[in-house]
Design a protein around this ligand. Structure first.
Ligand SMILES: NC(=O)c1ccc[n+]([C@@H]2O[C@H](COP(=O)([O-])OP(=O)(O)OC[C@H]3O[C@@H](n4cnc5c(N)ncnc54)[C@H](OP(=O)(O)O)[C@@H]3O)[C@@H](O)[C@H]2O)c1
Length: 340
């Protein structure tokens, strides 16, 4: 089997590349060549910019693939461009969508692939829903063979998944420095964090399976944690006592609308993903990396790169701003036992 990952060195796609190689597939990555450090040995890299179709056509010249996995389609026009690029040369095209596409506010926390797609809060999710619609309507009309895969919050070594960004060291840095961190709501909504190595088993298991054509799947861990627990596990892994401050997501949205969109439209909503469908198609999919283990690996990754153990100044200032407004609001309340 010959597989092309568009991306291939990213947070999720690198693990998928490794998994496909370990399954004995011939693996190609298409990217701009910025991450040689994350390029797996044995991969053929096609250097092109997916937003510049001419460079992609040149890189793909004469090649055909059993599977093409598109990690970089965020807008309907990206999928339309892919229909032109990959029609006739892909035995299966896999669109990486998102679980944030599932209906919000949710009517039930239990999410199956039949849960309707609708997200009035977050434009990112609406655009992914539109990407899926293009594939279903225009792809089906053209007999384009496709599968839709929806990851939820997914991280590899080096990401510390959180509510305020996942790809930098801001939250551990604040925790270690005794600075408060913000936890949405009352910290009790349930969230799922999936390690990319587990996701990769499900994704790669769908490649080359004709029964997966025209189907959608989510692929997530079965571990459900409250946001309080996620922060407690991170603090324990760091060996610190963290100060967490509960702030309603609606309040955060008033201060930072874009952050609020990602909370009200995704991370602050309790979800229980039912993974029966992916299990029935890919029996070897048995997620095994707990968050405690995954975050331990990520912290180890940072320990080996001390120069990266710094906060993102934008995210750090954002958290300070939200905490500042919250503390001002609390100061207006009557004191309890003399305390603010
Ligand atoms: N992580 C999550 O929690 C989550 C949840 C739901 C859905 N998703 C979906 O997962 C996908 C992201 O996957 P990922 O995390 O593996 O990717 P990523 O880390 O965002 O992507 C980086 C990869 O794409 C390549 N790349 C970036 N821009 C490119 C361009 N213009 N042309 C060619 N290559 C380009 C990069 O290499 P170069 O820089 O060398 O080009 C690298 O290989 C998205 O579709 C996202 O919506 C993620």
């Amino acid at each position: 089997m010959r597989i092309l990952f568009v991306g291939g060195t990213g947070n999720i796609s690198a693990a998928c590349t490794r998994r496909a190689l370990s399954e004995g597939f011939e693996v190609f990555n298409l990217n701009r060549g910025n991450r040689p450090d994350r390029t797996a040995p044995g991969v053929v890299t096609l250097t092109a910019d997916i937003r510049n179709p001419e460079t992609v056509k040149t890189a793909l010249a004469g090649l055909r693939f059993d599977g093409v996995v598109q990690f970089l389609a965020y807008r309907p026009e990206h999928v339309r461009a892919d229909l032109e690029l990959f029609e006739g040369i892909a035995g299966q095209y896999v669109l990486i969508s998102t679980c944030s596409a599932y209906r919000k506010p949710s009517l039930s926390p239990v999410i199956t692939e039949d849960t309707p797609l609708e997200n009035p809060f977050w434009e990112y999710s609406r655009l992914k829903i539109a990407c899926e619609a293009v594939l279903r309507e225009e792809g089906t009309a053209r007999s384009f063979p496709f599968t839709i895969v929806r990851p939820s919050h997914t991280y590899d070594d080096g990401w510390i998944p959180g509510v305020f960004g996942s790809s930098d060291y801001t939250i551990p840095w604040r925790m270690r420095g005794g600075k408060a961190v913000v936890v949405p709501g009352d910290g009790q909504s349930l969230w799922t964090l999936t390690h990319a190595s587990d996701f990769a088993v499900g994704l790669v298991g769908l490649l080359g399976n004709p029964a997966a054509l025209s189907e959608a799947f989510h692929i997530t861990s079965d571990e459900r944690l409250t946001w309080d627990a996620i922060h407690a596990i991170l603090a324990e892994a760091l060996g610190v006592r963290a100060e967490t401050v509960h702030i309603p997501s609606d309040y955060i949205a008033r201060i930072r609308p874009e952050r609020g969109a990602g909370l009200l439209g995704d991370k602050a909503v309790s979800v229980l993903f039912d993974n029966s469908k992916i299990r029935s198609f890919v029996p070897e999919f048995r997620p095994e990396v707990t968050f405690a283990e995954g975050v331990r690996r990520s912290l180890e990754w940072y320990d080996a790169r001390p120069d990266l153990k710094v906060p993102n100044p934008v995210v750090d200032a954002e958290i300070d701003e939200i905490l500042g407004y919250w503390r001002k609001a609390l100061a207006l309340l009557p004191k309890v036992d003399g305390k603010p």
